[in-house]
Design a protein around this ligand. Structure first.
Ligand SMILES: *Cc1c(COP(=O)(O)O)cnc(C)c1O
Length: 337
């Protein structure tokens, strides 16, 4: 076992010892195997390297207070992965196979799950066209890999609030493109806009819709929420927004636990300047408060610049369900036995 500094975990790769690898050939997946984490060999003509035929998922394993191992809605990740596989002409994967493979890997990597309260074990399934091809066509061979890494917060200083810049000159994903799935290419095009806003002193980009540059889409790789005059709103799933499982959970908690009536609608970028609270959501980001938004050189502090009441309550409720400490009326808590 590697030495890990549990008290200083960031969102960095610190791969757990074992990974899971399955291969698709002649029209079927093999049963897969657990091997040492390490380099893989691949043809230069693999479709993933030339044409980006690849997809990933992001999940976490949690250590509960009483030492159990839990996941959160893992079958929803399997479903979303499969939706993406269809879109990228890749073979889907059996949902039970997906979840069971993660569970068996978690058991051998158990020592890498941070102690309660120190962080989580991030789970990264990837699936890509590993077969050779010269023209732009789907591969005939595929590889499915799961690796894991202990992580702390996605944003450094995260719960104090992050500062974001709205950009009209860079888009993440066009309508009817691949924004609604975790296609690897979506993230390559986000590197440059992120570099630009970092240079300006901000943590991430707020992306607007690619057609009109008017309506909020997402925050880097997290979904966006606004609380204003007691109403919680989030951008509707236009097709170019990633349907976050955290987003869906927040909408349900807002309705069923907090008695709010959340709206999924088009949100103009200039509506958010005087919001009462803003936050973003994701497996990695959890619930991250947004303390400031900038557009075209002007900065707008959100509320008093500190995490809002609903933001904090939402974080506690979501974390509580994930750790098995709050009532789970939806069957989201998934114990790994
Ligand atoms: C993964 C991701 C999210 C968050 O999805 P979760 O299922 O909540 O983790 C949001 N936006 C983008 C672009 C993502 O890649």
């Amino acid at each position: 076992m590697k030495k890990i500094d549990w008290d200083n975990l960031g969102f960095d790769i610190n791969a757990a010892e074992k990974m899971f690898v399955a291969n698709y050939k002649d029209g079927r997946w093999d049963e897969g195997e657990i091997v040492d984490y390490g380099k893989i060999s691949i043809y230069p003509s693999a479709v993933v390297l030339n044409y980006g035929q690849g997809i990933f998922e992001g999940m976490k394993a949690y250590r509960t207070k009483d030492g159990r191992i839990a996941m959160f809605r893992p079958y929803d990740n399997a479903k979303r992965l499969n939706m993406g596989c269809e879109r990228l002409c890749m073979p889907t994967i059996d949902e039970d196979f997906f979840v069971k493979s993660i569970e068996s890997l978690l058991k051998v990597n158990e020592d890498y799950i941070p102690p309660y309260g120190k962080g989580d074990l991030y789970i990264r399934p990837i699936l890509f066209g590993s077969g050779e091809m010269l023209g732009v066509n789907p591969a005939t061979e595929y590889t499915f890999i799961i690796y894991m890494s202990p992580v702390g917060p996605y944003f450094k200083g995260g719960f104090n609030g992050i500062k974001l810049e709205i950009r009209k000159d860079y888009h993440r994903a066009p309508l009817y493109g691949s924004g609604g799935i975790k296609a690897i290419g979506n993230y390559a095009v986000s590197l440059y806009p992120k570099k630009v806003v970092k240079r300006n002193g901000y943590d991430e980009v707020i992306y607007l819709d690619a057609k009109t540059s008017t309506y909020i889409e997402e925050v880097g790789s997290a979904n966006f929420f606004m609380l204003k005059d007691g109403v919680l709103s989030t951008p509707r799933l236009s097709g170019s927004i990633l349907p976050g499982i955290t987003r869906d959970s927040v909408l349900k908690i807002a309705r069923d636990v907090f008695g709010l009536t959340p709206l999924e609608r088009d949100i103009r970028y200039d509506e958010i300047y005087d919001a009462d609270e803003l936050f973003c959501t994701g497996t990695a980001a959890v619930i991250t408060p947004i303390s400031l938004v900038a557009y075209d050189g002007e900065e707008h502090t959100i509320g008093d610049g500190r995490p809002g009441e609903i933001t904090k309550k939402m974080y506690d409720e979501l974390k509580g369900i994930q750790l098995g400490e709050k009532e789970d009326r939806y069957g989201w808590f998934y114990e790994v036995k």
